[in-house]
Ligand binder design. Structure first.
Ligand code: SAM
Length: 260
């Protein structure tokens, strides 16, 4: 391909990822629905229900892109936090803060626009931050929880990203990662391979006029470590209670861990 996905070396990866997400930003939500048959919504719901967000929390969603995970967290907190209680909680527990950090300003801009559409424009709880998962601008031990959804396979150094997640979390803070993973079920694996390598790039071309970016997305998923290997990397970063849950036979997995 003209981006040279297969040959890409480390130094070029961030530039390549920048190009890909600049290209896909405007079609991102539509393509997510098409490629996953709408399932990405359920997977993100599952991630947020595993997180159990609470009023007053300081949350960091890295590679937060168009705000999908952050909106779910915010809406869940608001649904448990009755209006009458809101001022009391803000005063006594502190304001909820959900930081959406993404390296790509185009993705963040789509997110900010969606925040307006969803009625969160005036909400001080959402904070949009342009930044790199590998070098976060947040202080040590400052976050109650950290999520990264469909983001970690795009970073250049997974270890640095995990070390940064560990650094910014407070003791007792939770790490949750939703990512495309490995399917090992015979036949289903073959179907999934066909779908990934043939159907997705073709749909990318048809809907978004961009085969290459979607080809990259598929290939980056295949290069990502297996569930077990990734769990070992999370433990190596210092986390405890590392667990994972496969969804749809491992098409995606949710890894979770605790900083103790
Ligand atoms: N979390 C969103 C979701 O689940 O819909 C967006 C996922 S999107 C597939 C991947 C995002 O990772 C893009 O918005 C991209 O800009 C961002 N990204 C890639 N490399 C990054 C890095 N080093 N630091 C922060 N964000 C990064």
């Amino acid at each position: 391909t003209s981006f040279g996905f297969k040959e890409v070396c480390e130094e070029d990866k961030s530039e390549l990822v920048g190009k890909v997400f600049t290209n896909v930003a405007s079609n991102y939500d539509l393509m997510n629905d098409i490629m996953s048959g709408g399932l990405h919504r359920l997977w993100k719901d599952r991630l947020v229900s595993q997180l159990s967000p609470f009023p007053g929390m300081k949350h960091l969603d890295v590679a937060g892109g168009t705000g999908d995970v952050a909106f779910r967290i915010l809406e869940r907190i608001k649904s448990v936090q009755r209006r009458a209680l809101q001022d009391y909680l803000d005063e006594n527990i502190g304001e909820t803060q959900i930081f959406v950090c993404d390296i790509n300003p185009n993705m963040l801009n789509v997110g900010k626009k969606r925040a307006q559409e969803r009625g969160h424009a005036e909400d001080k709880s959402l904070v949009w931050v342009e930044g790199d998962a590998e070098a976060l601008s947040f202080e040590d031990n400052s976050m109650d929880a950290y999520t990264i959804a469909f983001g970690i396979r795009n970073v250049t150094h997974i270890e640095k990203t995990l070390a940064e997640a560990y650094r910014v979390l407070r003791r007792g803070g939770r790490f949750l990662c939703l990512e495309l993973s490995r399917v090992d079920i015979p036949i289903f694996k073959d179907l999934y391979d066909y779908y990934s390598f043939s159907v997705i790039p073709a749909v990318g071309e048809l809907v978004a006029g961009d085969r290459e970016s979607y080809q990259y997305l598929v290939e980056s998923a295949r290069r990502f470590p297996s569930q077990e290997r990734f769990a070992a990397m999370i433990a190596d970063a210092g986390f405890q209670k590392v667990e994972y849950e496969n969804l749809v036979g491992g098409v995606v997995a949710i890894h979770s861990a605790l900083k103790v």
